[in-house]
Design a binder for this molecule. Structure first.
Ligand code: ADP
Length: 351
């Protein structure tokens, strides 16, 4: 049995790999502190996101790496610090993440709102920008359709706050029901203003709910700021997948990294029998993600509870966090946070 010392513990930790980042915890700078007292060791590990999908795996591997050292007590504490690749052009905002879809009605806004709230509930500071200028639905989903955005002393828009996140939606700027007829240059200005002329404060993640399709707003966003990556939401039918592939192609062309694809309305679990119905076929999203060589972030069922909670202004991950569909959304949020860490790692200088 080796002697329990700080250096022996560090040596053991330098053999534990982060399963996603493919580097060891020590060289990743994730070991914040190691304290040894007799046969007891206390370790603090700083994860790259509070929503780390692999925390349990890392914990198990740390424990098994320390076993041969003969510690009789291992006190493991986890913290998190979302890393940034370079100074962002939006002060305080670490990562801008676009959420897009090939076509409307696939649940992009419902997924965006729930992912934002899930990331926040897992410990991240999160903003949500409703850039779906023509059909803004975030204000409704966040339960504040009537609220009006005000400016602060610096004449910046103050995001509304609810369910632990900050958000801005065009719906809170124009009278309800008023149609917007905007041309490209005006859209470009609107996106820039929502990004730059708003007091977002410190955010780990700013999710941007884009309009469906491959139009001006998508382009404006990637020109207005550095987008860490994009998530494409699809449903499993072939017609949706064809459009999703188009959205993926557009992000490639605008040099926005693809973080992954989410399949929404994947299946229906009958509430009376529990039977699973694959209404739009099975596995389409995953297969398409593989074909397009992008990451598959997960499946969300077709679930009346998701619609009712979102349309009623209390998104499911907030109102019923233990609901199976809320759990599925949380898994997608974790997978997404993991992908952002990986994408950021690729951009950091080699250590
Ligand atoms: P998009 O932003 O893609 O146009 P929305 O998020 O506005 O779509 O969703 C359209 C409608 O479908 C909304 O009423 C929403 O609550 C509902 N919806 C979204 N996802 C699901 C789901 N998985 N199960 C049931 N209803 C859903």
């Amino acid at each position: 049995m080796s002697q329990l010392s700080q250096s022996a513990v560090m040596a053991a930790l330098s053999k534990v790999m982060d399963p996603e980042l493919h580097q060891d915890l020590v060289s990743l700078g994730m070991v914040k502190s190691v304290a040894v007292q007799g046969q007891a060791v206390a370790i603090e590990i700083t994860l790259t996101t509070p929503a780390c999908p692999l925390r349990a795996t890392i914990e198990a591997e740390v424990r098994s790496a320390l076993e041969p050292l003969g510690a009789d007590r291992i006190d493991l504490r986890f913290g998190a610090n979302v890393r940034q690749a370079a100074k962002s052009d939006l002060p305080g905002v670490k990562h801008v993440v676009a959420v897009g879809s090939g076509k409307g009605g696939v649940g992009k806004s419902a997924v965006s709102a729930n992912l934002a709230i899930a990331l926040s509930a897992l410990g991240a500071s999160v903003g949500l920008l409703d850039a779906d200028i023509y059909g803004p639905s975030i204000a409704q989903m966040m339960g504040l359709p009537e609220a009006k955005i005000v400016a602060n002393a610096e004449r910046k828009m103050v995001p509304l706050e609810r369910f632990g996140i900050r958000f801005l939606s065009m719906a809170n700027l124009v009278p309800p029901g008023q149609a917007l007829v905007w041309r490209g240059p005006m859209l470009h200005t609107a996106v820039r203003q929502f990004l730059n002329d708003a007091a977002w404060g410190e955010l780990d993640y700013l999710l941007v709910d884009l309009p469906p399709g491959t139009g001006d707003v998508q382009l404006s966003l990637s020109q207005a700021t550095e987008v860490r990556g994009a998530v494409v939401v699809t449903t499993p039918q072939d017609v949706a997948l064809i459009d999703a592939a188009r959205a993926v192609d557009m992000f490639h062309k605008s040099h926005v990294p693809l973080l992954g694809m989410v399949e929404n309305m994947s299946y229906f679990l009958a509430p009376d029998t529990g039977r699973r119905y694959e209404i739009f076929g099975h596995g389409g999203g995953r297969a398409e993600a593989e074909r397009l060589k992008i990451f598959f972030l997960g499946e969300i069922p077709l679930d009346p509870a998701l619609r009712e909670s979102g349309d009623g202004g209390e998104p499911l991950v907030w109102s019923q966090p233990e609901h199976p569909t809320a759990r599925a959304l949380r898994e997608v949020a974790r997978a997404l946070a993991g992908r952002i860490s990986v994408e950021t790692m690729h951009l950091l200088p080699m250590v």
